[in-house]
Design a protein around this ligand. Sequence first.
Ligand code: FES
Length: 337
Amino acid sequence: MQSQFEPLICTKRIDETADTTTFEFKKLDDGLFEYKAGQFLTFEVDVAGEVEYRAYSLSSTPSKPESVAVTIKRVAGGKVSNYLLDHLQAGIALPVMAPAGEFTIENNQVTPDILLMSAGSGITPCMSMARWLLDTEQKVNIHFIYSARSETDIIMFSELESLNQQHNNFQLSFILEETDNCEFIAGRLDVINFTQLVSDVAGKTIFTCGPTAYMQVVESLAESRGFDMDLFHKESFVPEVVEEPEQSDNGVKYQVVAPQYGKSFTINAGKTLLDALEEAGVPIIGACRSGVCGSCKCKVTGNVESSSSATLSAEQIQQGYVLSCSSKVTSDAVVEL
Ligand code: FES
């Protein structure tokens, strides 16, 4: 199996706030990066002998292709994020998958009036979009609305302020839970401050990223204002905690063969193909486990039901490729990586 990972070397750490750091990377051969603003990278990280995979949105702009950057915030129980914050230094290389993700300006319906709405570390893809739109002098108006706990928690504060001063088409608003500075809006995003900030939603496009609860608020505020939801785009790789009822497989089993690895096993209907392949010892990578990163792609001959094919091209789907984390076989099948 050809490796989907390429080593990138960390070249710089920039502390953004007390708990958030930007890490810059370059290729070992100094090659250029190609990606779209809003995409993410999936890192392979060895944490105390256990290999973990995590996706982080790029905060850098594709218009400066010599390097890429991700911005990582410390979170309670965040095994990989906290490990990287504590251990990743300039000079250390990590295996990283090619940039991926559909949360981009190019892949979505967009108008020239763009609202970039983010909270906490969700600022990263919005920052990448803002940097790219301004750097390449796109003919758009950007309103950047960022929510944080306090002024000291604003990530990339000074850069945002200078973008605001330098560009007439960039408007900046902060909503802070704890503030007595009248330059900022105090509290959390709600119907009152949203209406105050965006008096007319007609003709605008929203890109939003942040904690799931925050994005739900943005979505319901947009809906309540009669927003054209074709122009509403939210980052979806943040795994959502959904309580799914246990699925009964009624005892149905199928036979799956992975000839490249000499594996043949039965799979209970209702189990994802990724889980079954991992249990059988097939070396497949499930980085996001939510159908957005593409790392678990495999080719299936047989019948499959898939809930996501987000990163697959029409040609790959035609050839039988599926995302195994989002697929269940519904017949005996042969799997190739
Ligand atoms: S693990 Fe990311 S798409 Fe399946």
